[in-house]
Design a protein around this ligand. Structure first.
Ligand SMILES: [Zn+2]
Length: 231
């Protein structure tokens, strides 16, 4: 048996027997994993009183050769992020970023940089210091971590580069910006909206750019996750 210590954030859980739970965790060392927490409903000492959503833990993961299901040995609270449930706006944003991770990331693929991003985003949401722009930035990084980022600087169909500083058409079904030759797309993105989506900074962009970028990202995420996650 191999034992490792890693930071983890709870993405989901279901009951298993009288006192066990099967946890879906986003871990720093292993990415998204499914692990059994035996006795989690009985042992306050080993599991910090049961794992809470939005909190960051340090957990011991026990892996057995030949078994898909790891076990969580114990969990220690690192950061509670209790403010994430302080009002509906925060709760919405915090819930949304966790759903994004769960929907986009494959299992057992380590994404330590994205894990750090998630820790920072949850902290900012919990402290009331994060708005929808921070959530959008996280979404883009999660898409990129999953290898699903939209094409923004070239046509998603033929690869032709988008001239710098120009507007473009966006087609969420075809993976990003689509050139005129390939039929364009249903959504228009100004140069400013494209800069926002490419995380090249918000200098000189307007509320309209930001709304267009948000709408394009929502539509794209909806296609990628196969559900209406985005809102
Ligand atoms: Zn094209």
């Amino acid at each position: 048996m191999k034992r490792l210590l890693t930071r983890a954030i709870l993405l989901g859980r279901r009951a298993s027997g009288e006192s066990n739970q099967i946890l879906t965790l986003f871990t720093e060392a292993r990415g998204v994993i499914v692990a059994i927490a035996r006795g989690i409903l009985r042992s306050k000492k080993r599991f910090a009183g049961g794992l809470q959503t939005f909190s960051v833990y340090e957990v011991t993961i026990e892996e057995r050769a030949g078994s898909d299901l790891a076990a969580v040995g114990e969990a220690t609270l690192v950061e509670a992020n209790a403010g994430a449930v302080a009002d509906l706006g925060r709760l919405d944003r915090a819930t949304h970023v966790l759903r994004i991770v769960r929907a986009l990331l494959p299992r057992n693929q380590p994404e330590p940089a994205l894990f750090d991003d998630l820790v920072r985003t949850l902290r900012a949401v919990s402290m009331g210091e994060s708005g929808s722009d921070d959530v959008a930035r996280f979404e883009l990084r999660a898409l990129s971590g999953a290898g699903l980022e939209p094409a923004l600087d070239r046509c998603a169909v033929c690869g032709k580069p988008v001239p710098e500083g120009r507007s473009a058409r966006f087609d969420p079904d075809r993976g990003g910006v689509v050139c005129r030759t390939d039929g364009g797309g249903p959504m228009g993105l100004s140069a400013g909206a494209l800069r926002l989506l490419a995380s090249e900074g918000a200098a000189g962009t307007t509320d309209r750019d930001s709304a267009a970028a948000r709408a394009a990202l929502d539509a794209f995420l909806e296609r990628q996750t196969g559900s209406s996650l985005a809102k």
